[in-house]
Each structure stands twice: as structure tokens, then as C-alpha cells.
Write a protein that binds this ligand. Structure first.
Ligand SMILES: [Zn+2]
Length: 310
């Protein structure tokens, strides 16, 4: 091995080791944070018990006011989706995402600094009253997610990943968190990096926005017989969202409809609403869903298969 080759090999080793160190440090600090919130139920902004509490709340409501009365409480895929809730909310963060987002944020900030853009947001919301800050952030973040979700349906490559979320055959609240981990990168990458670049917002309020998003998302997927009245034009809801999971669509909505995350306004505004009748017992999924896997590891691998339907 020549001196040059040895040198390149050495630099590569340093790079891999520092990357590894970054991941291990981030995972350990997240693990200790996770342990802290698990062992301190009354700790402020406790995501662990928030998630469990909201899940139990919506699950209980489903039992008391079911929409599809013949659907078992433990429906098809319920345990799998319960695992998905913990995987996507905590485990994935633990092993990978925190490190990745710290790393990308670091480089993103370096890039912003390099091109002379303020690191902490171009538009500052900090002087506005708290409620308007929260409202602006919520609206902007929800619109961006609506656009990203629409893109996941329209882009053939990304649809491979988003299909995992649409592989739910029987719907209830737990389906909310069945999605491929690649979606974390797409949503969080697109959302937070863009928002953190655009607006300066005190992150301490994010917990409450997050709580609201989880509740609305759980309700959207729930087997709950509720109507929002005129508020259906504002908030996404189970009667609207079930059609998003419809197995078939008319030609004009060949790539799907009802892309709303928390707010349905965007679908009404951009004419992507599809609700032809009561969707109580419609077939869910996509073409050939019968052949699609229904176990965790296979669902994670499916989009990477070379023969995955493009
Ligand atoms: Zn979708």
C-alpha cells in the first residue's frame, strides 16, 4: 500500500469513527431522555405518556361509539400497528433519527452560514402574541405536510414507501403510525429544515402542537362514529380520511385524494376532496394488496425490492 493509499484509508477511518461516535452519543443521550420520561410520569412535556394517554383515550372512545360495529376491537393488524406506534415515535428516534437530524442540522446551519442566511429563521415570530405564533406555525407546518403527502402519492418512487401506510386493511386509530421509516426523512427533512430556515419560532410550544397533531391524526384513522358538522371543512376527520385509504379511485383522482394531515382546508381549497358517499364499509388499500406483506420486517424491506411496483 502506497503512502497516499494509507493516508486516504486513515482519513476514511477517522470519518467513519467520528460518524459512529456521533450516532452512539446521540442514541445514548436519547435513551437516557427516554428513560427519564418513562420513570417520571409527571415530568413536563412527557411524550411517552402523552402518546399512551391519547392512544388509550381514542381507543376507549372507539369502543363506546364504534362506526363499524362489526369490526373487532383487536382488528386485523392491530398488534403490528401498536408496534409501529412505538417504533416510529421512539425506537426509530433512538437508534437513528436523532443522530441523523443533529448531523443534518449541523451541516444545514453550516451551509446557511456559508450562503449568508440567518441560521435562526428569516422571519421572527417571537414578538407576536403566543397564540398567533402557535397558529402561524401550525398552519404553515400543516400546509407543508399536506403538500409533502400529495407528493408522496404523485411520485412513483416515494409512493413505494408511502404504500406501507396504505397497506392497512382494517382501520382504527393505531393505523396512524403505520408508515415506513423513510417517511421520517421526507417529512422532517422537508418540514423542519424549511421551517427552521424560514421562521424563528420558540420550540417550547412544539410539544402542544405535536399533541394536537397526534390527537387529530388518531381521530382521523379511528373507527369512531363522529361528525364534525361545519368543522369538517377545517379539520380532517374519520369520515373524510377513510376515503384517502380507499382501494379504488375514479380516474380523476388516480393518484389519490384527501391528502389532509390535520386540516382539511387545503383539500377543499385545492379541490382534492373525494367523498362520494358514506365510507363506512369501503374496501381499503390498493390494487393487489392481497399480495402485499403484513409483517414488520417485510413491510420495511418491500419498497427496496427491485421488483417493487413502480
Ligand atoms: Zn396517503
Amino acid at each position: 500500500m502506497s503512502f497516499r493509499e494509507t493516508f486516504v484509508e486513515f482519513i476514511r477511518l477517522i470519518f467513519v469513527l467520528s460518524l459512529l461516535d456521533f450516532f452512539i452519543t446521540a442514541s445514548f443521550s436519547y435513551a437516557s431522555y427516554l428513560w427519564f420520561i418513562i420513570s417520571n410520569p409527571f415530568a413536563k412535556e412527557n411524550y411517552f405518556y402523552l402518546l399512551i394517554g391519547l392512544s388509550l383515550l381514542v381507543w376507549c372512545l372507539e369502543m363506546v361509539f364504534p362506526w363499524r360495529k362489526d369490526q373487532p376491537v383487536i382488528r386485523k393488524g392491530f398488534y403490528l400497528d401498536t408496534f409501529f406506534i412505538f417504533f416510529n415515535f421512539f425506537l426509530f428516534n433512538l437508534v437513528f433519527f436523532i443522530a441523523f437530524s443533529n448531523l443534518s442540522e449541523l451541516y444545514f446551519h453550516k451551509l446557511l452560514h456559508y450562503i449568508n442566511v440567518p441560521i435562526h429563521g428569516i422571519i421572527s415570530l417571537n414578538n407576536l402574541p403566543i397564540l398567533s405564533q402557535i397558529l402561524i406555525y401550525f398552519l404553515l407546518a400543516d400546509f407543508l405536510q399536506w403538500a409533502i403527502h400529495r407528493f408522496l402519492h404523485n411520485n412513483k418512487f416515494l409512493w413505494r414507501f408511502h404504500k406501507v401506510h396504505h397497506s392497512v386493511i382494517e382501520m382504527n386509530f393505531a393505523a396512524h403510525f403505520r408508515f415506513h421509516f423513510v417517511e421520517h426523512f421526507i417529512y422532517k427533512g422537508g418540514l423542519y429544515l424549511l421551517l427552521s430556515w424560514l421562521i424563528n419560532f420558540e420550540l417550547k410550544y412544539v410539544f402542544y402542537i405535536h399533541a394536537l397533531n397526534i390527537l387529530i391524526g388518531h381521530l382521523n384513522h379511528s373507527n369512531l362514529n363522529i361528525n364534525y358538522g361545519v368543522f369538517k371543512y377545517v379539520f380532517n376527520n374519520p369520515k373524510l380520511h377513510i376515503w384517502h385509504h380507499s382501494k379504488t379511485f375514479p380516474k380523476r383522482f388516480a393518484k389519490g385524494a384527501n391528502f389532509a394531515i390535520s386540516l382539511s382546508i387545503w383539500d377543499y381549497l385545492f379541490k382534492t376532496v373525494y367523498m362520494p358517499s358514506d365510507g363506512k364499509s369501503i374496501k381499503l388499500g390498493f390494487k393487489n394488496i392481497e399480495k402485499y406483506p403484513q409483517t414488520f420486517v417485510k413491510l420495511m424491506k418491500e419498497p427496496f425490492k427491485s421488483n417493487a411496483e413502480l
